[in-house]
Design a protein around this ligand. Structure first.
Ligand SMILES: [Zn+2]
Length: 395
């Protein structure tokens, strides 16, 4: 989606002497829910760029490309050697076309959020010996066979870059780090590494990606937001989220707008909230409700102090469930507001800022929460695609 905005902006800017056209050739996701969201995203992109989504293939698990199972190989080395010796299947089940399509489409850039649980500090940190590494191996094999000129990989900063190189022979890697605050979203914590892989046989480096990143950071250094800026949900939307939870809890008598939303929290959440209120008060001397930029992540116990008090940032979103409580307004951050903090154009001000793109549907809280899942930060993703495509070109 961010690439669609990028493509349109570059074409409208007149700054390049050619027309940029980067339609999505194929997508992969093993989660059926995510596949449905990607289909919606493609329709959104069509409204921005005009590219017909009918031409994009949608595949499931990338491991389906392997001709066998890696389960019987126990070590990293044996799995890697096996993947490199195998030829990938020439066709996979495509959900877009209801047929078996070739996953080897000509394209100039591949953007992948490869799995991070094996590296993430919140995960088991099994690194290259972890269960998700075959995805990297298969991705590397696919990149080699499809001769994709540019790869862009987003992952947690603890990514094992040597493993990435092992799995992708023939590519030179350029690793950068970023967080949403580099591009104005200073109240969102989401440190990530973005790694550009340039195909040694097809590309040359035309400009220094690190310098370009620094220039963009400098250009945006005066743009800042606070947690309160993310509170964009209307009263009706807040009530709708409250009612949905009340229904799930069978609290039929709950009156949104009259009864406090804290009634909808579970006992553990209430306990965390009250302990954090006390901690905040003893540290600052002020009641928590006076801080309009204060948010607590109620998914952790109060011992961890997962709050915005120290950094001014919303604690990093995770796949695990958990509400972000806002003491000043006595409610939780809605799904729409979480999407807003991730750069998605959910309100007309954000849509206008992106040059009048269609709004991303975020009124339905369940759908918004699904969309968020483990999403990349919208603006950051667009900027790194811009850096990759600007700094590398055909030989
Ligand atoms: Zn297809």
């Amino acid at each position: 989606m961010s690439r669609a905005v990028l493509e349109r902006d570059v074409n409208e800017s007149g700054k390049v002497p050619f027309h940029v056209s980067l339609p999505t050739a194929a997508m992969w996701d093993h989660e059926p829910k995510c596949q449905a969201l990607m289909r919606e995203a493609m329709v959104w992109c069509q409204q921005v760029t005009g590219h017909d989504p009918k031409h994009s293939c949608m595949f499931g698990d990338i491991l389906e490309m392997l001709p066998g199972s890696l389960a019987e190989y126990s070590t990293y080395e044996s799995k890697l050697a096996m993947t490199k010796s195998w030829s990938l299947k020439r066709s996979c089940k495509c959900m877009s076309h209801g047929a078996f399509c070739s996953p080897f489409k000509p394209s100039c850039i591949d953007v992948s959020g490869l799995p991070c649980p094996d590296f993430s500090r919140a995960g088991l940190q099994r690194g290259r010996h972890g269960p998700t590494i075959p995805v990297y191996m298969t991705h590397g094999r696919w990149a080699k066979e499809s001769r994709t000129p540019l790869l862009l990989v987003e992952c947690t900063p603890d990514l094992d870059i040597d493993m990435l190189q092992d799995c992708h022979p023939g590519y030179s890697w350029h690793q950068m780090y970023s967080e949403p605050g580099d591009f104005g979203f200073s109240a969102t914590a989401r440190k990530r590494t973005w790694v550009i892989g340039s195909n040694d046989n097809r590309n040359i480096c035309r400009a220094d990606p690190y310098e370009l990143l620094d220039e963009i950071k400098i250009a945006m250094k005066d743009v800042h937001v606070r947690v309160r800026d993310y509170l964009v949900a209307s009263e009706a939307e807040v009530h709708m989220e409250a009612l949905r939870v009340a229904n799930l809890k069978r609290m039929d008598n709950f009156r949104p707008g009259i009864d406090p939303m804290s009634l909808l929290l579970n006992l553990r959440e209430v306990q965390t909230m009250s302990e954090l209120n006390q901690k905040y008060h003893s540290r600052t001397g002020f009641p928590a409700k006076t801080d309009r930029d204060l948010a607590y992540f109620l998914g952790d116990s109060a011992t961890y102090c997962s709050w915005s008090a120290a950094s001014g940032k919303l604690p990093t979103y995770r796949l695990t469930q958990g509400r972000f409580w806002l003491p000043a307004v006595q409610r939780w951050l809605t799904s729409k507001e979480r999407l807003c903090s991730m750069g998605y154009p959910v309100v007309k001000e954000m849509s206008l800022g992106m040059g009048q793109v269609p709004l991303v549907g975020a009124v339905d809280p369940e759908k918004a929460a699904e969309r968020l899942g483990n999403a990349m930060h919208f603006t950051t993703s667009g900027i790194f695609q811009c850096i990759a495509l600007s700094c590398f070109g055909p030989q």
